[in-house]
Design a protein around this ligand. Structure first.
Ligand SMILES: [Zn+2]
Length: 156
């Protein structure tokens, strides 16, 4: 299987923000957390954020990869305009490219990460979508799918 496209290929003509959102099966949560823990991504800084989560009614861990040049501003909660952030929270993975993000190098790393995660034998992709919008624009789903096959099909 060869993958040619970046996850955001269809988002490029839209905006302002590009978002990839995916959910894995409940049985995959532990493996996904372990994956996040041991991943290092070139040009991204990693940290774990603990926050009171309304959805899960408990303190949850967010595994965050933020493009390194924005790391300090992101952690001090400054308003970022152009950024790439990857958030892994329980069974969800979210990638946001603020105003299209910092470029193809980053999108390439993100796409490889997604394929590494979903090709792991212990992680099962349940649902994924590519959406665009934000900053006063409505969010719009460009594409969605329910398994790895549909995702790899989207990327070929
Ligand atoms: Zn939570």
């Amino acid at each position: 299987m060869s993958v040619h496209k970046l996850w955001c290929w269809e988002a490029i003509d839209h905006g302002p923000d590009w978002v990839f959102w995916a959910q894995v099966t409940p049985e995959s949560i532990k493996a996904l957390e372990n994956f996040a823990n041991r991943s290092t991504l070139q040009d991204y800084s990693y940290y774990i954020e603990k926050e009171l989560c309304h959805h899960h009614q408990q303190t949850c861990q967010n595994h965050i990869f933020i493009d390194t040049s924005n790391f300090d501003d992101f952690r001090s909660e400054k308003n970022l305009l152009i950024f790439n952030v990857i958030r892994i929270h329980k069974d969800t993975i979210e990638i946001v490219c603020g105003y299209g993000g910092r470029g193809e190098t980053y999108n390439r790393i993100e796409t490889s990460l997604l394929l590494d995660i979903f090709n792991s034998s212990q992680i099962t992709l349940h649902y994924w979508k590519v959406i665009v919008g934000g900053n006063f624009y409505e969010y719009k789903t460009l594409h969605e799918g329910r398994d790895l096959r549909s995702l790899t099909g989207y990327l070929i």
